[in-house]
Design a protein around this ligand. Structure first.
Ligand SMILES: [Zn+2]
Length: 295
């Protein structure tokens, strides 16, 4: 792959995820912390309207608006649909983007720790994961590679390379010191990685790292009127990336019953009880733990 010449760090894609928003303000005052000799860094506050309203979004989730057919549809013009088109002009356009790498900063209310979500498993991404695990062993690598990049609706997918920094647990519209520090540390390692990659100066990387690969998303049970019938079971609450065996309870029903994990594999739930997913009635995402070879 060619060198990375332009990097964009994006915060506030969701207006109530505060770590990225506050880090951007610091970096705007101290540009030297995000600049590296071999590439240019742009900082972008993605959804200031949502931030002003102290909410995730105004009309619809900005981070689901970046599929090519949505960006090209002039009939779509609510707040986030307009923003998506603007951002696509600024950092993209998708398919021939002027930005080589987008690092999109997010918080989760789930207890996911410092997670890095990769959307591709090419050499650039795998080496990034290997480098990050070496520098920051507590980092969690999540592979969301079940669909190709061009079918990912995320903001960071408009560039050739895009990753999501996803750090929690942090309530919406709150700052936590530990979470902010993790985000700052991870972002600095990612920038350092790009610099080392560009200058062919990467250190020896581990042969294999632990990672999690996304498999499916589970919904909360509803009755025929769409009324919720249960909640996330205490057996899994706050236990993101801890194994769940087939037959173990994952949902507690309000009538006293429970729903057990009925997959045929040892699952590693994450985004467990994420507050932002209640509007879609999602309970958690599932992953498998893998040993990821680093090229
Ligand atoms: Zn987010």
């Amino acid at each position: 792959m060619a060198n990375i010449n332009k990097v964009a760090i994006v915060g506030g894609t969701h207006g109530n995820e505060y770590s990225g928003i506050y880090l951007l303000r610091q970096w705007q005052k101290h540009a030297e912390s995000v600049n590296r000799p071999s590439f240019d860094t742009t900082l972008l506050m993605a959804n200031p309207h949502a931030y002003e309203n102290n909410t995730r979004y105004v009309d619809s989730d900005l981070n689901r608006q970046f599929l090519l057919h949505l960006l090209q549809d002039e009939g779509l013009n609510n707040t986030e649909q307009r923003l998506a088109k603007q951002i696509n002009q600024q950092l993209g356009p998708r398919g021939q983007a002027s930005t080589d790498l987008i690092i999109d900063l997010h918080n989760t209310t789930s207890n996911m720790g410092p997670s890095l979500i990769l959307l591709q498993s090419d050499e650039f991404n795998l080496r990034m994961a290997g480098y990050l695990k070496m520098q920051m062993p507590e980092a969690v690598i999540v592979m969301e590679v079940d669909v190709p990049l061009e079918k990912q609706p995320y903001l960071c997918a408009i560039a050739q390379q895009g990753v999501i920094v996803e750090i929690g647990p942090q309530p919406q519209s709150v700052l936590r010191h530990d979470v902010l520090d993790w985000m700052q540390t991870m972002t600095m390692h990612l920038l350092d990685y790009v610099e080392l990659y560009n200058t062919h100066s990467l250190p020896d990387l581990p042969d294999v790292i632990e990672a999690f690969t996304y498999t499916e998303t589970l919904k909360l049970p509803e009755d025929e009127h769409g009324e919720r019938l249960g909640m996330v079971h205490r057996n899994v609450q706050d236990r993101d990336f801890q194994p769940v065996q087939p037959g173990e309870p994952i949902i507690a029903l309000f009538d006293g019953g429970e729903i057990c994990w009925h997959g045929d594999y040892e699952a590693y739930p994450h985004f467990i009880n994420e507050a932002a997913y209640y509007d879609n009635n999602l309970a958690m995402s599932m992953a498998k733990k893998i040993s990821l070879p680093i090229p």
